[in-house]
Unconditional design. Sequence first.
Length: 157
Amino acid sequence: MTSTDAVLADADYQAAARFARAYYRANADALAEEAARTSIMVGRQGGFIRADGEDAQRILRRVFLRHFRSGAAITAVRLTLDEMSAFPAMTLNPHAGHFAWLAVVTDSTGRYSYAIAQESGAPDDPKIRAVAARSIAQLHACKMLVGDFMTDACGNA
């Protein structure tokens, strides 16, 4: 591939990405509803779990709506432990932090994934706890998209 070919390929990719972001924004409500209803996550013991409880569905709709309205930019929201407990795959760690992070990612083909990580670590540094849990949730959501199902999607930071 010549450098000219690479530039043209990148331009095509950028145009397709702009189109996709506009599509996500224009159809955010319907996409969020569908994503919340059909999304699954990997449980601690393996296997796929659908968070179909009323509270989990409400949280997922809210987060996916935010995600798609942003043009499918990586989205992470802080959850209370009560909100986190709405997801059947999550096991609360009573000795960890009082919050969790739910991250949503979408790849260039339109596949999306989410993961949750509870804050934990040194109680005297809540900023680092939050950044670590948010990053772990994003990492696990990304790993789901690349097919790394051996990774527990319900990590603790």
